[in-house]
Design a binder for this molecule. Structure first.
Ligand code: AN7
Length: 360
């Protein structure tokens, strides 16, 4: 009998507020691959692994927090949950609420979430509302609704989300046998940055690891409030998942940076797309643009001479490339990539591929 992964609440029950009274709502999230990336090690002189969170049930890291948030919501008697989202939280909330047999209302910025994510919220029967505003407006409304109406908030301002998400750090320590020297991660609301810091801190406290990684977080240049120290009123980036101008976990993230001797940086959209391509073409992992920022951040820090040779680095890539595939079909100059069309003849195909016949 194979040793099947049972989802993060079962696997890490001793590290979470889960009791016999908690109905465990799981889709088998977590246990995602930690993939060594020789191509990135070669480019940077470090030893690099990629934690591929796109392998979760709804295709993003949000499932780790959602299994916890929905389980605790059901334990508390909730019949409906609500969230604001740039797409992945809404996909996850809708799926886990469906599994639990409760209702999920999701507020998203109109026209600003990727098609794959929109289709997830719809197919899982979420009550999807497009708001004529940005993510920050959606979150303000979700918070007010949760305060005054019988709906349970499952954004990462809910600590259960952060608790579930910290399990990714436990998995990394379990696989590597220790924590890495550096951890690179995308930053939107900075909930995940906060969650990994908590997970690594607890692993250290438990004696599972001997070191606390330096936490390096990256935002898109047009949407980098933690880097500039200012709320961004009209955040802009092609990485729609992290188009957030007023992060919910801003204060917690600053404390986490302090505690880990960490770093926050900003990356231009063109560099994000370049990194998405490098990760896909040289490592074999396809991620959405927001996730590629971890790779872009690493390459930027390496160029700046800030990556110590031989250091052990884990990059979290947060969401699957299939959620938002349009960017992969664009060339660096912005033109569309159209695959070559050839007549159904072997010799013609061989000629276009530049193949010479064996023995000829
Ligand atoms: C792929 O879905 O905020 O810094 O509403 O989807 O913890 O916010 C998504 C965020 C990174 C940023 N990568 O994480 C939402 C939402 C992906 C994401 C982030 C998000 P946080």
């Amino acid at each position: 009998m194979a040793n099947l992964w049972r989802g993060v609440l079962h696997e890490y029950a001793d590290r979470l507020d889960v009791t016999e009274k908690t109905p465990i709502i799981t889709l088998g999230e977590g246990g995602t691959p930690l993939i060594e990336a020789p191509a990135l090690s070669k480019r940077t002189g470090a030893r690099v692994w990629v934690k591929f969170e796109g392998m979760n049930p709804t295709g993003s890291f949000k499932d780790r927090g959602m299994t916890m948030a929905i389980s605790k919501a059901v334990e508390a008697g909730a019949k409906a949950v609500i969230c604001a989202s740039t797409g992945n939280t809404s996909a996850s909330a809708a799926a886990y609420a469906a599994h639990a047999g409760i209702t999920a209302a999701v507020l998203v910025p109109e026209g600003k979430i990727a098609m794959g994510k929109l289709s997830q919220a719809v197919v899982h029967d979420g009550s999807l509302i497009q708001i004529q505003g940005n993510f920050d407006d959606c979150l303000d409304i979700a918070r007010e609704l949760a305060e005054h109406y019988p709906v349970h908030l499952v954004n990462s301002v809910n600590n259960d989300r952060i608790e579930g998400q910290k399990t990714a750090a436990f998995e990394i320590v379990d696989v590597l046998g220790d924590a890495p020297d550096f951890h690179y991660i995308p930053v939107g609301n900075a909930g995940n940055y906060t969650a990994y810091t908590r997970g690594y801190t607890e692993a250290l406290g438990h004696g599972d690891s001997t070191t606390l990684p330096r936490m390096f977080g990256f935002s898109a240049a047009g949407s980098a409030p933690i880097v500039t120290g200012q709320v961004v009123k009209n955040p802009e980036t092609i990485a729609s998942a992290i188009r957030i101008g007023n992060p919910a976990s801003w204060e917690l993230a600053l404390a986490a940076r302090e505690a880990t001797n960490g770093y926050f940086g900003a990356i231009e959209d063109a560099k994000i797309l370049e990194a998405q391509k490098i990760l896909a073409a040289e490592v074999g992992i396809f991620v959405e643009p927001a996730s590629a920022i971890s790779v872009a951040g690493l390459l930027e820090r390496a160029d700046a001479g800030q990556v110590p040779a031989g250091s052990r680095i884990v990059l979290t890539v947060t969401g699957h490339g299939l959620k938002d595939p349009q960017w992969a079909l664009r060339a660096a100059d912005g033109s569309d990539i159209t695959p070559t069309v050839v007549k159904a003849e072997t010799t013609e195909v061989a000629s276009v591929l530049g193949l010479a016949k064996a023995g000829a």
